[in-house]
Design a protein around this ligand. Sequence first.
Ligand SMILES: [Zn+2]
Length: 299
Amino acid sequence: MPNSSMAATGPPGSAAAAARWTAADTEPVTCCVCGLDGVPVYRLPPFAVVRCPVCELVFVSPRLSSPALQRLYDEPGYFEGGVYGAQSALSPAMVLQRTWTAGRLAAIGRLRRPPGRLLEIGSGYGLFLAAARTAGYDVRGVELSRTGADHSRAWLGLDVFCGQLADAPSEPADVVCFWDTLEHVPDPLQFLREVGLRLAPGGVFALSVPYFSSVPARLLRSRWWTLKPEQHIWHFTPATLRLVAARAGLVVTSVIASPLRQANAGRSDSLVAVGRALPRNPSDGHGRHVAAEPAGGSP
Ligand SMILES: [Zn+2]
């Protein structure tokens, strides 16, 4: 569903938007792995951060309903500024972006050297894609923000589809990456399955995500600056990330959590993970991963 209503102009969005939501804007959800209700960890009305009593995946429930979330993401200012915005080449945010990009390309390259086809989901302004192209990959992007997609095409000459992943061209990629995206998606298990379906045999995935077992998250609790219950609706630990990935037919082979590593420079509450798709059952024509199916049938 392309976001045709996402305006490309207008003032940056208000940082004080959080106070405007009421219970009528929210909906309850269950664990994407187990289908169970979560147990409250923090109450942040009208939201709550909850933990699955079985697999310990942390998520927001109640969370913004789909229509309310669409209103938030359609705000002209949502993707502006910070690390998303077009910045001076020497700004601290851009220096960090270039550092992360170099480290992440190195981490990907250890599993899948260029040349190869690389797809970035949530490609923003195209900075990572442009660097990956320079490194020798044949790159494509998917981006919800029309501003970001237009900038990528016009200024960087990149092939970027503007819209939802499900509607994007589905030719296989050797590398699929998604930075700071998994915490936002409605259903991370379904999203990772979609990633798996887009990976060519032997393909590699790479992601970054905040993590709930990080020192800032544990020390600051409900005041953790990355909690953001409007937008960050799933919270992982290295263990729960591996679990959800495995259920989607993906194996995490490496987790980079140190803020001293280039791929994660200065990020004390986020991690970078890379891995591969597990082999598919060649007798199953539906592209399903044998290892993703639980003993009792899939949810
Ligand atoms: Zn669960």
